[in-house]
Design a protein around this ligand. Structure first.
Ligand code: DC
Length: 226
């Protein structure tokens, strides 16, 4: 038996922060799908492969190793044995990740990894297509949204705290570009699953978002136990 919570939504909607907090609060394993796509993008950069060289990117998947872990109570990710949690948030990765994640072979490979990680476990997972495509039978599906401006403000603040240099204008451009790409993907496009609960987090505090989602999860968990 496994219990699956899917949190989907556009870039900067707060999915990462909310998911990390909730996973700790109710003891669900957090599998960061966006981080996994970022890891593939980072490998593309490290191997000096251009975005047009799709075949070469697909070849990278043959021996890529992506692992999720925990350090000091924080979720971390390894690419080929090296911890890359902060590195994958940098601009060069953000600039190409949406295109890399549009390659269907990349999606198939990562979806395999996600499904294997989830087997028999209670997990929470954030992304774009988790409730609609990766886990269509997820127990709880949330679609977390916010206006472009609000999302860019949040990313700007987050980047500043992490020492990542990107102007507000660069972030707005990056988010708009990614929204467009994410929605137009051939497979795994950003879409609200029919049975997902829509939450517009514009003007909400992270604390309120967490409370609302935890309430939904707990109700569903109790229902399933009956
Ligand atoms: O959530 P994030 O910004 O870290 O995601 C990085 C990119 O990965 C984003 O541009 C879209 C892509 N992505 C995806 O295509 N499918 C997912 N399930 C998660 C992320």
């Amino acid at each position: 038996m496994s219990f699956i919570v899917a949190i989907d939504g556009p870039a900067g909607a707060g999915k990462g922060t909310v998911t990390e907090e909730i996973s700790k609060r109710i003891g669900l394993i957090n599998i960061g799908s966006g981080s996994a796509y970022r890891a593939v993008a980072l490998k593309t950069i490290k191997e000096n492969i251009k975005l047009e060289e799709t075949e070469k990117i697909i070849k990278l998947l043959d021996d890529i190793q992506i692992d999720f872990g925990m350090k000091d109570n924080k979720d971390i990710i390894y690419l080929d044995g090296e911890e890359v949690t902060e590195r994958i948030r940098e601009k060069d990765v953000s600039d190409i990740v949406s295109q890399v994640s549009s390659i269907k072979e990349v999606r198939f490979k990562l979806n395999d990894i996600f499904r294997k990680c989830a087997q028999g476990k209670n997990i929470i997972m954030e992304g774009r297509d988790i409730g609609s495509y990766v886990f269509p039978n997820a127990d709880v599906k949330i679609y977390l949204d916010a206006t472009v401006e609000e999302r860019a403000r949040r990313r700007f603040k987050q980047n500043k705290e992490k020492g990542i240099e990107m102007t507000y204008e660069e972030i707005i451009e990056n988010i708009k570009m990614r929204d467009k790409n994410d929605k137009e993907k051939e497979i795994g496009a950003l879409v609200q699953a029919e049975d997902a609960i829509y939450i517009d987090s514009t003007g909400m505090t992270i604390k309120d978002e967490i409370e609302e989602i935890v309430k939904i999860i707990e109700e569903k968990f109790l229902q399933n136990k009956k």
